[in-house]
Design a protein. Structure first.
Length: 161
């Protein structure tokens, strides 16, 4: 049972990473925080040749998504902070830690569902050709990420010159 729960949480986290609106960020879209993904090339949606109507619809989708995800993210930060405090508290209160961890997991699941809904709404605005191109671009970005991780996260004894 515990293993199934751990697998489910892992799948939810992976899904949230793969469907994050930040992967689609461009001016006017999503949170657009610069980071490793931002340094990998132009934002994905910029490369899809969106019409003006599509841009307007996608902006509305991201605005609604921010409104849905922001309070969840704030609650998750608060739960994680409380969890950190509970983990450091003496004496250790396993019941409290379990409760806070479950609540944080539930919030993460809600955020994942919201992100997947946003991604599905976004794909609904795209043409079939744009969806195909988006899938190709995401596969390329994933490969770039794996290569970056291999180069930057390998232990010194595993790095190749």
């Amino acid at each position: 049972m515990k293993t199934t729960k751990q697998i489910a949480i892992g799948v939810l986290i992976a899904a949230s990473l793969l469907t994050s609106p930040a992967l689609f960020a461009q001016p006017g879209f999503g949170p657009g925080r610069p980071g490793m993904m931002g340094r990998m090339g132009p934002p994905l949606l910029e490369q899809l040749q969106l019409s003006g109507d599509q841009r307007t619809q996608i902006e509305a989708i991201f605005a609604g998504g921010r409104d849905a995800i922001h309070p969840l993210a704030q609650q998750l930060r608060e739960k994680r902070a409380a969890l950190g405090e509970a983990a450091r508290a003496l004496p250790f209160d396993e019941t409290l830690v379990r409760s806070l961890a479950q609540q944080a997991g539930d919030l993460q699941a809600e955020m994942t569902v919201s992100r997947v809904q946003i991604a599905n709404q976004l794909r609904g605005v795209l043409t079939e050709d744009q969806r195909t191109r988006l899938s190709q671009l995401r596969a390329e970005r994933l490969q770039q990420f794996k290569e970056w991780r291999r180069q930057h996260m390998a232990r010194p004894d595993q790095q190749q010159s």
